[in-house]
Design a protein around this ligand. Structure first.
Ligand SMILES: Nc1nc2c(ncn2[C@@H]2O[C@H](COP(=O)(O)OP(=O)(O)OP(=O)(O)O)[C@@H](O)[C@H]2O)c(=O)[nH]1
Ligand SMILES: [Mg+2]
Length: 203
């Protein structure tokens, strides 16, 4: 069982269109979730690099599909966040479509990290992603992000609620508390990524 050094992750390439993404060696794991759910922050925490994936207080900052290389045959993908309420509807729909196309068509995509703000989990578009993943046999690690914003008791309640709602899918999914600010759940994220890496290469 090989464990990877995520601190060595490097920016690889950005794409604005899924059709421009070329076939690449190995496989990738995509970080997906609502705009402002904490995707870029999670990638920065994982890699210990403050500005690798940009993050900002303005949701909708990441509009490109950004690729990072952990090792030559394993990539992390930061997807554009969906559902930014202040964006015009057409812009929102375009982002959503970009995400769905990528999930459905990308052969090298094996697994997803789905990030949901622990205070507002399982919103409409999260459910849609979960269904696409299920239909395409893509495994998911769910991170309930920004858990530092609520008490430990509230965290338990939210975690339990998400477990309950996804009951029938749990063979397939993992659910963890996460906070980039307080560095909670980063080890679990690393372990899951290592697991996927090893499964895909039979190490
Ligand atoms: N308190 C707290 N704030 C966080 C955490 N993670 C992210 N944030 C804040 O939430 C905001 C959005 O974080 P991003 O990482 O940019 O979110 P994103 O999902 O990449 O957003 P898009 O690129 O718009 O899709 C920023 O202001 C972050 O500082 C966390 O664990 N705790
Ligand atoms: Mg982002």
């Amino acid at each position: 069982m090989k464990s990877l050094d995520y601190k060595k992750t490097k920016f690889f390439k950005s794409y604005s269109n899924i059709h421009d993404i070329e076939t690449q060696d190995g496989f990738e794991v995509a970080f997906v979730g609502y705009s402002n759910s904490g995707k870029s922050s999670a990638i920065n925490s994982l890699t210990g690099q403050k500005k690798l994936a940009r993050f900002s207080k303005t949701p909708g900052r990441t509009q490109l599909i950004n690729f990072f290389k952990v090792v030559s045959d394993f990539r992390i993908v930061d997807l554009p966040g969906y559902g930014y309420a202040k964006a015009p509807i057409l812009v929102r729909k375009k982002w959503e479509k970009k995400v769905y196309n990528y999930l459905e068509q990308r052969i090298q995509l094996k697994s997803l990290v789905l990030l949901m703000d622990i205070r507002y989990p399982l919103k409409k578009l999260d459910q849609k992603i979960i269904n696409i993943a299920k239909n395409n046999k893509i495994s998911i690690l769910i991170l309930l992000t920004k858990c530092d914003k609520i008490t430990v008791n509230q965290q338990k309640i939210q975690l339990h609620m998400v477990y309950k709602q996804l009951d029938s899918l749990l063979d397939f999914f993992q659910i963890e508390l996460f906070s980039s600010t307080k560095k909670i759940g980063i080890k679990k994220l690393e372990l899951q990524l290592n697991d996927w890496y090893n499964q895909n290469f039979n190490n």
